[in-house]
Write a protein that binds this ligand. Sequence first.
Ligand SMILES: NC(=O)c1ccc[n+]([C@@H]2O[C@H](COP(=O)([O-])OP(=O)(O)OC[C@H]3O[C@@H](n4cnc5c(N)ncnc54)[C@H](OP(=O)(O)O)[C@@H]3O)[C@@H](O)[C@H]2O)c1
Length: 351
Amino acid sequence: MWGTPRHEADFHYTVLCCLVAIGSTITCGRTPPEAARLAVAASPVRSLPRSATLRRSTQQSRSSTIEGRTPDSVRHRSAFTVIPSKAMSTISAIPKTLHFISASVKTPSPVALVTGSTSGIGAAIARRLSKAGFSIVLHSRSSAAAGHALARELGAAAYVRADLADDADRVKLIREAIAVWGRLDVLVNNAGISRVIPHADLAAATPDVWQELHEVNVVAPFRLITEAQSALREAATRGKPGCVVNVSSHAGVRPKGASIPYAATKAALNHVTRLLAVSLAPDIRVNAVAPGLVDTPLTAEWTQAQQLWKERAPMRRAASPEDIAQAVAFLVDSDYLTGEILLSDGGLNLT
Ligand SMILES: NC(=O)c1ccc[n+]([C@@H]2O[C@H](COP(=O)([O-])OP(=O)(O)OC[C@H]3O[C@@H](n4cnc5c(N)ncnc54)[C@H](OP(=O)(O)O)[C@@H]3O)[C@@H](O)[C@H]2O)c1
């Protein structure tokens, strides 16, 4: 009789088997990352072989690549898992009319896209969110080898290459990031560029410099949020608002920084953060972390700034990338915070 534990268990097992088979059926003819997404289903299979690793070739888009791997965190933290490809091929005879059941299948661990995550602050953010249980989409403009290496290190990670100065690439990045696991919960707009120009040298801050910095530091984050908006809104339907964290700069808060065009782009990004916090609420939270000096490849030669932080900042040092990653993780974890610009400069602004 329906309702008794035994029959409920039998029913659940039958549904699980259907879901496994459905995953197999709907996977046919899909690209590997999309197939992985569709294959995420309730399954009695708890332990997965590494053969579930996924790869996509560079042919799919002009300048983007994806390397994806089985989300390990799914394996460890959820009843839902990726079905190994061999098992999928043995159970493909379930009619497509049963596909509707897959809509009720819970999705795996939350997914975070971190732009510019092959180096410096972005790599530290990716590692931190990965440790917190996120499946990660890594990204950079050209450093694909570093992206693939970090994807292997993290396990539940995929790498996508895209030039954020190019609008078509921005759109492809979001499309491909969502295709990896079929969801996107967190977008960290970390990628950014800087130009060192003395503030008094107005002629050196040419229109080209202004436009280049504005495209990558302001327009790109806005466009990525635009393209990711519906996926991030879906996160709210799973019980947590979607989340955007923009990595701006203390130079966008105070009249400081590597150059006036750089500082102006970061000030614009801070304002965009507040504006979008209002317009995207309550489904999506939008915050920013504004670092002071951080020890990364970008600042390796900035000896004057390093000296300044040692002498004047109350914390007597520049930040490590992990310090900034910690601030980002805090904002990601704080479901009630939106529109905040979290200054992380070791207290320099107080002096
Ligand atoms: N370091 C600091 O002291 C500091 C202070 C305040 C704010 N910030 C901000 O923090 C963020 C990260 O800085 P970081 O020091 O970690 O930089 P970084 O080590 O130079 O790394 C920059 C990352 O962004 C990617 N990137 C740059 N331009 C891109 C483009 N056009 N399209 C796609 N990806 C692009 C790079 O990819 P490729 O390597 O492939 O080019 C790399 O992965 C930036 O927004 C920066 O403005 C840094």
